[in-house]
Design a protein around this ligand. Structure first.
Ligand code: EPU
Length: 426
């Protein structure tokens, strides 16, 4: 991406369906014994990957032109999610629980290395074992089996895990008896998955709290109306931070403001004037420079780790010094080095970044390392002096639908070039 910085964002932008909702919901469709239909599906690389995995498992998929997908999982033909797909997306692990519940057997490749630190799946495995599955790791695959079916259990998660909660919740839907998940993730995406599964006939209560109770049913065979995926709160927040940094004035529509309370509070602390309706958020910086903010990432309803990199970019050009503490992942400060190459003054010690705001950033060729780090560099590019060239933006396409079109709609000068680094050098 090549971005010419310095233009305040103005106008209106639509938020897409949430990546972290649609991925578990697609995996959840494996549980359905009737065709299901989804809408508000974002056009993202991760969605394509999940669809490819489902296709390999025997799900037939039809995509329409209005952001909808129909899935028919009546006749599954395989229980193996292969390495070549799983290695490109860690969220592939989400098929483990539903596949095991539906087929009595599942083999999912271990996801492997990850740019945002070690991300084990021990809690997923332990949860399935508690439901009576036998789980082994062989030839790089997690191989789980439960030939006589799964049995409800009381499971306490040592750490709050989003996909862990989702995986075990999906497995428990078809287990015999009652499962209680304690210290469960409260993220809106967990709630969205539960709502979707309940529409198909599951009996899940308490999603959105830290205790989820699932009463097992024999099949998910209710014919449900088309299910609309939740709006993406991280995409929403990314646009709002972009507007704040560029001293802009934007309205983000088709979103859910109540999912963003903690971020909106921080943006107000940073000096933004914010107004919300049922489905929109209006942010106006009234031409002022942002003020530095202190924050700590936390599970929902705290500030999501997925918006930390973008808020680090905000602090980089803010007035004053802000401290950011990352409590969810180790090593999620890869973007800091790149920001410093653009003139930011940020030092990282352990899980804390101290950002001393500078008046401006200067364009430089930078490299994206993961999805949210890429978003952070786009934001930095929007305020930097000159033309910022961001390489490896395939990370961005995993989680942001049409990002350059949406930013252009808000007035940004941004374009995608086949080999931008080579062009700039020449
Ligand atoms: N953890 C364990 N063992 C486990 C599972 C997790 O120790 O078995 C630890 C992790 O290492 C981490 C913490 O628990 O330190 C929380 O990780 P979690 O399991 O909640 O992360 P995740 O489910 O793999 C989801 C999102 C991430 C988001 C995190 C945290 C999806 C598909 N992914 O990941 O999204 O950062 O929750 O909110 O829902 C992104 O969208 O860019 C992204 C990385």
């Amino acid at each position: 991406l090549v971005i010419t910085g310095g233009i305040p964002l103005r106008g209106e932008v639509r938020v897409s369906g949430a990546k972290n909702s649609v991925l578990p919901i697609l995996a959840g469709a494996l549980l359905a014994s009737e065709p299901v239909s989804l809408t508000n599906i974002p056009h993202l690389q991760d969605v394509t990957t999940m669809m490819s995995i489902l296709g390999r498992l025997g799900v037939s998929l039809t995509v329409d032109e209005r952001l909808g997908i129909e899935l028919d999982a009546r006749a599954l033909t395989s229980c193996q999610a292969p390495y070549e797909l799983v290695r490109t997306m860690r969220a592939s692990i989400l098929v483990l629980g539903p596949l095991l519940a539906r087929m009595g057997k599942a083999e999912v490749s271990l996801p492997g290395g990850c740019a945002i630190g070690p991300r084990p799946v021990n809690l997923h495995v332990r949860g399935l074992e508690a439901l009576g599955a036998e789980v082994r790791v062989e030839e790089g695959y997690i191989k789980a089996s439960a030939p006589k079916g799964l049995k409800g259990a009381r499971i306490f998660f040592d750490t709050v895990t989003v996909t862990g909660t989702e995986n075990i919740m999906m497995a428990a839907v078809l287990a015999k008896g009652i499962t209680v998940l304690e210290n469960a993730a409260r993220e809106p995406e967990v709630q969205d998955l539960a709502k979707f599964l309940n529409a198909l006939g599951a009996q899940i209560e308490g999603a959105g709290t830290d205790t989820i109770t699932i009463t097992g049913v024999t099949a998910l065979n209710k014919k449900a109306p088309q299910y609309r995926v939740l709006p993406d709160r991280i995409e929403t927040a990314t646009f709002l931070v972009a507007a704040a940094m560029t001293q802009g004035n934007i309205r983000v529509k088709d979103t859910q403001p109540e999912l963003l309370s903690s971020v909106l509070k921080k943006l107000e602390e940073a000096g933004a004037h914010i107004e919300c309706g049922d489905t929109w958020i209006h942010l106006d910086m009234q031409g002022r420079r942002v003020k530095a903010i202190d924050l700590k990432t936390a599970p929902f309803p705290g500030i999501a780790t997925d918006i930390q990199a973008q808020l680090t970019a905000l602090n980089a050009i803010a007035e004053g010094t802000g401290t950011i503490k990352e409590t969810i992942f180790e090593n999620r400060f890869m973007h800091v080095q790149e920001l410093c190459r653009m003139g930011a003054d940020i030092s990282v010690t352990g899980n804390t970044a101290v950002c001393r705001g500078v008046p401006f950033l200067t364009a430089a060729p930078v490299m994206a390392t993961d999805l949210r780090a890429s978003a952070c560099l786009v934001l930095a590019g929007l305020v930097a002096k000159g033309n910022t060239v961001i390489d490896r933006i395939y990370h961005l396409d995993r989680g942001y639908e049409c990002i350059e079109e949406k930013l252009m709609q808000l007035g940004a000068i941004i374009s995608r070039q086949i080999n931008p680094s080579a062009q700039v050098r020449s």
